[in-house]
Structure formats: C-alpha cells, structure tokens
Design a protein around this ligand. Structure first.
Ligand code: ATP
Ligand code: MG
Length: 310
C-alpha cells in the first residue's frame, strides 16, 4: 500500500497586530500528525474552529499570506513544498471545498467541470462524471443558482472526480444534507478510495465519519489527540478521554454531555489542552505531551483510557 499523505508535527499560526502596533503570533494548529494510505478514507474530526479547514489549506498550499506553517508534509514520499503543491493542486490533489460558493456563479456547470477544455473527449468525461453522481446531462447547462444544495455538492464532487485524484481532501462536504443524501456522498468518497485514491475527510460529525472512514484522527484545540481505527469506537478501544467523551456524546450512546468548552486559539495553556475538562487529569498533564503509539493507534495523553500511564 502506498502512503499518499504524511503530515508530521504540523503547526500553523497567524501574525496579528494588536491595535496596529504590537505583533502577536496566534497559534491555531499545533503538532498535528496524520497519515493517509492509498485506498483509505481518513477522517479528521474536530469541532468548529479547531483548524480543520486550515489543515486542508495548508496541505494545498493556499494559506493566507499572514500565516506561517512549520512541520512536515510529504506527498507520495516526497516533501510537499508550496511549489509542488501548486503543480499538483487541481490535478492529483483536489479539494472538495467547505462552501458551494467555490462554484463560479457566472458559469454553467459543464464548462466549469471541463475547465476550458472544449474537445469531444472533455465533453464525454463531464457527462460521464455527472451521470456517475446522479446528475442528468441537462445539469451541464445549469448555473450554480439553479442547483439545489445537494446537487451543488454533487457537482463539487464531480469536479473533483473529473481529475482522477490521488489525494482527495473533502472539507465538511455534507452540511445541511439529510442523512441519506450525506450517506450517498460519503459512499462516493469510499468509491474513489477503492479506486486507489487516498481520501482525507474533514468533518465535525463523528457519527457520519464512522460510517465511511477506515481511520479517524481526532483534533482538539488544533492538536491531534488520537488516531484510532473506525472499529475502535464501537469496540470501546478508545485511548484519549476526549475521544471517549465525543463518542459518549453521540445520540446512540446516550447524548452524555461534556461540560466546559474547547479553548480558542491563543487561549490554550501549556500541556494538554483538554486537561481542564478531563476526568483523568493529573499534575503531569501541564507538561508537554508527546503523540505516542498505543494499541495500534496514536494518543497524546499521559493517562490514556485502557493504558497503565507512563
Ligand atoms: N486568516 C486568519 N487570520 C487569523 N485567524 C484565522 C484566519 N483563518 C482562520 N483563523 C482562525 O483559525 C481557527 C481555525 O479555523 P478553521 O477555519 O480552520 O476552523 P474549522 O475547524 O475549519 O472550523 P469549521 O468547522 O467552523 O469550518 C479559527 O479560530 C479561526 O478564527
Ligand atoms: Mg472549516
């Protein structure tokens, strides 16, 4: 199996100016790590504001100018430099963006899919890819405002699939869709993985992620706190107290609430950002905590569930 994407110790911060004078670095993503193999759907699960879209933009090399990125991103074994990302973007590496506003409102769907190509082959390809996602040939002549939300989503996926990507990054691809429509879209991602792509599925919805993902990387306040296989969830083999709390908060597990709130960027103290809410915390949790292997996954916790501590 080929490793498509390897992110190691990635940090992204913004430079901000307080009242126009004092310069300040605002860390948003810290020490984030994950790996995507060919044929796999890896879900990145984190709540709103945890840095999920920034991760996608960091991989694609489209972060805003006032940001700084450190750490390592490798794509198919080689460092993914901004120059290399620019070459591969929209071809081997494609994004299904978070908002349907990424569609050009002034351009019909067909020409958008074909990106300027006018030959018969491109026409055949765009028709096939629309059909694959349940959209009729008349969709080609529609403008984005003539599409329903679900159709627009499928057009975005069709646009991504049109490139036969090796790495597909889907940023919150199912908002506002009912469970059936969302399930169908996730099924499409799984198909692309079966055809050999690596899929990075970014979402706040753990239940949805578990219906399709092989691996789940859990973010908290910009850090990877756990990487687990999807099967670890129902089997109760979770490692980090936050992951367990997320799982217990799902409707099918009794909606057990999690008191407290995630710290915002710049509000984290030292050590584990989850410690203030953690039932297992101890004095050592104020220290720097490494991401380490445990029971076939990864965890950033000194007192993991099911572990014997360090
Ligand atoms: N250009 C920017 N300058 C400063 N801060 C930013 C900038 N872009 C994003 N942020 C901050 O970075 C944090 C992470 O943003 P991001 O959009 O990645 O979150 P997210 O996990 O995708 O959230 P959502 O689930 O709502 O899409 C947010 O707190 C946001 O305010
Ligand atoms: Mg986002």
């Amino acid at each position: 199996m080929e490793t498509i994407l390897q992110v190691r110790d990635l940090s992204i911060s913004f430079t901000q100016y307080d009242r126009g004078t004092r310069r300040r670095e605002l860390p948003v993503i810290r020490r984030l790590s994950l790996t995507v193999e060919a044929g796999q759907v890896v879900a990145v699960v984190g709540s709103s504001g945890s840095g999920k879209s920034l991760l996608a933009h960091g991989i694609l090399g489209i972060l805003p100018y006032n940001s700084r990125m450190e750490g390592e991103i490798r794509y198919r074994g080689q460092p993914l430099t901004p120059r290399r990302a620019e070459k591969l973007r929209g071809r081997e590496i494609v994004l299904v963006p978070q908002g349907v506003t990424y569609l050009d409102p002034l351009m019909q769907v067909g020409p958008q899919l074909r990106m300027g190509r006018r030959d018969a082959r491109a026409r055949g390809e765009s028709r096939r890819v629309l059909e694959r996602y349940g959209l009729g040939p008349e969709t080609e002549r529609r403008y984005p405002f003539e599409l329903s939300g679900g159709m627009a989503r499928r057009v975005l996926i069709a646009a991504a699939a049109m490139q036969s990507p090796r790495l597909l990054i889907a940023d919150e691809p199912t908002p506002g869709l009912d469970a059936r429509a969302a399930g169908r879209i996730l099924g499409h991602f799984r198909e692309l993985a079966q055809e050999g792509a690596g899929v990075l599925l970014i979402t706040h919805d753990l239940a949805l992620a578990l219906t399709v993902a092989h691996q789940v990387a859990v973010f908290y306040a910009g850090e990877t706190v756990e990487v687990a296989s999807a099967a670890d969830f129902p089997a109760g083999r979770l490692r980090h107290p936050y992951t367990r709390a997320l799982w217990n908060a799902l409707p099918q597990n009794g909606f057990t609430p999690m008191p407290g709130a995630q710290p915002g960027p710049g509000e984290e103290g030292t050590g584990c950002p989850f410690a203030p809410r953690c039932p297992r915390r101890g004095p050592e949790c104020a220290e720097e905590i490494p991401l380490r292997p445990l029971a076939g996954g990864l965890v950033r916790c000194l007192r993991p569930e099911g572990g014997d501590g360090l």
